[in-house]
Design a protein. Structure first.
Length: 505
């Protein structure tokens, strides 16, 4: 018996963001083509197809898949039934063959019969062909089923268009289909929201009273990841507070700081990524993800050193095929990074590992960077290790070799203890010390405003009132600036500021 709800198209929510460029791509698809929409969890794959079908006047059928349909006999019964529901009469002979025959050729004969029936149907135009959506195909994509489905697609008639949504690239001879114009593709880079989309989503779909600067902050924080924006919207609705104001230079690859409005939201995002992404990976892939997240960007050689394996390139290719929030940093497939929110999630788990193990990872990364001539990256790893003497050596090497490195100097110096000799080797600017510049390099403009008011003795309520922000938002800024300048309370802030004044010329 087949479950009827598998054939229900998901309903559309009100005030949904219209994805016009993507809808045009789908409108251009034709019968005889495979449409593959492949992206990580939470990029709106299902919503996009549902939106298109609700606004596209042609025959279609929907099939929601899960692991229970991975057996070929079950999958094909659902598949043929879905076609039969949209095209009454089509597929009945094939279903009868599956029921009456249990020999090894029954499935093959049933699929041949189905293809012949579909071939006898002539749509008025290629774009009017029936559409069959296979939602979450990755859940049934066993080698056996993929082989059968690939053979079926090789003979796909012009009366049928098949759309697949998947979290990984399906093993369906995509290169061959791409070359023969039998494939239409939409990936995560096309699916992610633009800044304008993010603004419309938060203001219209989520009904938030939020200005464009605030939505820009959350767009940058999520890099257009729709599920992340939705979790932010739900958190703000629940809190019913003014969102955090937009900030400059919030993107912090090296330390994982976040501008998300509440700790509970950060937990919600972490829970989502754990349930929907991390926990579904093999143990060796989980270990690879955690170790490679120790560095802001990585290459196969660095990952070989970090993981003590020699096949990191194939693992990186696996991450790419399975859409595990991997982003290329060049056109040659050499350097990569993770989506910022995904890396923060991985770092939370990495930081829960044994301290000696973590130190070993950072040290391995530092050595690899040094040996391969990436001195800036090596310096950042030494700072992470609090290996001040080696960090000073690297910093002096950088200063000797590149005058332009001075623009990055204040941020690096802020990590060193004030009593370390590195400060004695640094030149003073005419009006202030480099460590004072470091404060400005580390803090956003809003955090500098908060710091100034804290130093003047204003209470949290008074600061929030002066800056026109909520107390919750203020607490986020205070927590961030405390972490950046290495203090735990207001008293330590004042001591830190006094020490800066003492060092000014």
């Amino acid at each position: 018996m087949l479950l009827k709800t598998r054939f229900y198209i998901p309903p559309l929510r009100k005030n949904i963001v219209q994805r016009e460029p993507l809808l045009q791509i789908l409108n251009s698809s034709e019968g005889g083509q495979l449409v593959v929409i492949s992206a990580p969890a939470g990029y709106g794959k299902t919503t996009l197809i549902s939106q298109w079908l609700h606004h596209s006047p042609h025959t279609f059928s929907w099939l929601a898949l899960d692991e229970t349909q991975a057996a070929p006999g079950i999958f094909w019964r659902y598949f043929i039934t879905a076609i039969n529901q949209a095209l009454p009469g089509c597929g009945e002979h094939s279903l009868q063959l599956l029921r009456d025959n249990q020999n090894e050729h029954a499935l093959e004969n049933a699929l041949i019969a189905l293809l012949n029936e579909l071939d006898a149907i002539s749509p008025s135009s290629p774009r009017d062909a029936m559409t069959l959506v296979l939602d979450d195909y990755h859940l049934v994509a066993t080698p056996e089923l993929s082989g059968q489905f690939n053979s079926f697609l090789n003979h796909l008639p012009p009366s049928l268009r098949i759309i697949i949504t998947s979290r990984s690239a399906p093993d369906l001879a995509l290169a061959k289909r791409r070359a023969s114009n039998q494939l239409v593709e939409i990936d995560q880079y096309q699916l992610r929201f633009s800044a304008e989309d993010s603004n419309r989503f938060l203001q219209q779909t989520m009904s938030l009273q939020i200005d464009n600067n605030q939505s820009q902050l959350y767009f940058q924080e999520t890099e257009g990841w729709i599920a992340g924006l939705q979790l932010i919207g739900l958190s703000l609705q629940k809190a019913d507070t003014t969102p955090a104001p937009a900030v400059e230079n919030h993107h912090t690859e090296s330390n994982g700081n976040s501008q998300l409005p509440t700790p509970s939201l950060q937990r919600n995002i972490a829970d989502y990524l754990f349930d929907e992404v991390f926990s579904q990976q093999r143990l060796d892939i989980q270990n690879f993800l955690l170790l490679s997240a120790a560095v802001p960007r990585f290459t196969a050689g660095l990952c070989n050193a970090l993981t003590e394996r020699n096949d990191s390139l194939s693992v990186i290719n696996h991450l790419d095929r399975h859409n595990l929030f991997l982003l290329p940093l060049d056109n040659h497939g050499v350097w990569f990074r993770y989506h910022d929110l995904f890396r923060r999630f991985l770092l939370q788990h990495f930081n829960g590992l044994n301290a000696d193990f973590r130190q070993q990872g950072y040290n391995t990364a530092a050595l690899w960077f040094e040996q391969n001539g990436y001195l800036q990256e090596a310096l950042e790893q030494r700072l992470q290790l609090r290996d001040w003497d080696k960090a000073e050596t690297l910093l002096l090497q950088l200063l000797a070799g590149d005058d332009e490195i001075n623009t990055l100097l204040p941020g690096w110096l802020a990590h060193f203890p004030q009593e370390h000799s590195v400060h004695q080797h640094m030149p003073q600017t005419p009006s202030r010390t480099l460590s004072q510049q470091a404060f400005e390099a580390l803090l956003t403009s809003r955090e500098q405003q908060v710091l100034e008011l804290v130093s003047q003795g204003y209470s949290n309520k008074e600061i929030a009132r002066q800056l026109h922000i909520s107390l919750n938002t203020l607490k986020v800024h205070i927590r961030n600036l405390y972490g950046k300048i290495g203090v735990e309370n207001r008293t330590e802030v004042l001591h830190k500021l006094l020490s800066q004044d003492d060092r000014s010329p």
